[in-house]
Design a binder for this molecule. Structure first.
Ligand code: SAH
Length: 396
């Protein structure tokens, strides 16, 4: 086994359970280390810290797998971690109204570098480094042992930016006919497992969609920005919204959103679906003096269009300021971000500043983070990336 000597300050963190091995943390190595190599970590005094594997990804160069010297990283190791994760999702497996959720959430479930999502009998594995991919056979064998499935699909997000590598994503089983229709708290979503990086629905927003449907949508006019396939619009429409408007710059979003409305038995023609840059839409809406009861803001952490580079860390405050202008007095804004570059405190700071600068008072109605199936660990707060704040605004 290869060894890594870890700098003192990082060693202290690892002792407390921090699972990520960062490039900066390494003082020295005994030799060249290749992707997927098992490694032993030692502190500067030669004290044993743990075992892990080497795998370069956007976040670091590998993950700690165990702090127990006697534990081997073998078929049994993968089986035990997966078995525990499956067991912890038992309630979701039993829930007839929800057939899509996260089954294994990387470091949150004990092995950083890959995730497994469940879509109505199909497994979708996302690999975040070539290193973890070298353990593919062990992980698939563990899946074979634990569950019956229709098929396994995968997304390779190898390169250091975590970008998806275009490929045939089928791994084994019986190929699916897509879209498959999954359920989430009784809502339906059309899902594609072999059509690019994204599947049609982001599973980490399950509780937020249900909240919007059950408690915020009835009788309301709803604007859903960065709407992708319109999943939040579907939730709002099913919750009795008077009308929804979905805005996304990607051409695919029109047909994808129509499809999601249709699989829920909703008339998409009673709703607006705009293929448009959100920032342009804000100008257009302000000019037309539109204003909405409920506005959903869920931008990507980072996006580049021809005109704009958007980064949540830099631009969220301004996005909120523009949103406030087209939200009714007493209206609600659902401010969401999946950026791991900042935490809840800073996010609330953006909300505070945007309201202050527009002379708006606000009340925070509720907050959400990742759902329970997106298991996280306290020692790795970066893993708890999702922040959603429902706020009511009062114009002065
Ligand atoms: N809120 C969605 C997920 C958003 S994914 C959901 O819950 O399902 C991010 C989306 O933002 C992508 O579909 C992308 O096309 C869109 N996007 C990125 N920049 C944009 C911009 N400037 N204007 C409109 N849409 C944009």
């Amino acid at each position: 086994m290869k060894t890594l000597k870890i700098k003192h300050s990082y060693a202290e963190k690892i002792k407390k359970g921090y699972p990520l091995i960062s490039k900066e943390s390494v003082l020295s190595t005994d030799s060249h280390i290749t992707e997927g190599a098992l490694i032993e970590l030692y502190d500067e005094n030669g004290g044993f810290l743990g075992k892990g594997y080497y795998g370069e990804q956007n976040k670091g160069i590998g993950w700690v797998l165990t702090k127990k010297r006697e534990e081997s990283i073998d078929a049994n190791f993968f089986l035990s971690r997966l078995a525990k994760a499956f067991q912890e999702r038992e309630t979701l497996f039993q829930d007839a109204e929800t057939t899509a959720f996260r089954l294994f959430n990387g470091e949150g479930d004990g092995i950083g570098g890959f995730t497994i999502d469940y879509y109505d009998g199909y497994f979708l594995i996302q690999w975040y480094s070539k290193g973890i991919y070298t353990f593919k056979d062990l992980i698939i064998s563990a899946l074979d042992e634990l569950a019956d499935y229709k098929a396994v699909y995968e997304k390779k997000r190898f390169n250091t930016a975590g970008q998806y590598v275009e490929d045939d994503d089928f791994v084994k089983g019986t190929r699916g006919e897509f879209p498959i229709i999954v359920k989430e708290n009784g809502m339906h979503f059309a899902v594609y497992l072999n059509d690019g990086a994204m599947t049609g629905v982001f599973l980490d927003q399950r509780h937020v969609r249900k909240t919007i449907r059950d408690r915020y949508a009835e009788g309301k006019t709803v604007l859903n920005t960065f709407s992708y396939t319109g999943a939040f619009s579907i939730a709002a429409a099913l919750g009795g919204a008077r009308k929804t408007t979905s805005v996304d710059v990607a051409n695919r979003s029109l047909s994808k959103t129509i499809e999601q409305f249709s699989v829920n038995g909703l008339d998409y023609e009673a709703h607006d679906i705009k293929v448009m840059d959100v920032f342009k839409y804000f100008q257009y809406a302000a000019k037309k003096q539109f204003s909405f009861d409920l506005v959903i803001l869920d931008p990507p952490s980072f996006a580049r269009t021809k005109k704009h580079t958007f980064s949540a860390a830099k631009d969220y405050k301004n996005l909120l300021k523009e949103t406030i202008q087209i939200t009714k007095d007493q209206g609600v804004i659902v401010a969401s971000t999946n950026s791991s570059a900042f935490g809840m405190k800073k996010f609330k700071g953006f909300i505070e500043a945007a309201c202050k600068e527009t002379g708006t008072s606000y009340t925070i109605l509720e907050e959400h983070s990742l759902p329970e199936d997106f298991q996280t660990i306290k020692s790795y707060p970066e893993g708890n990336y999702l922040k959603v704040v429902f706020l009511r605004i009062q114009r002065r």
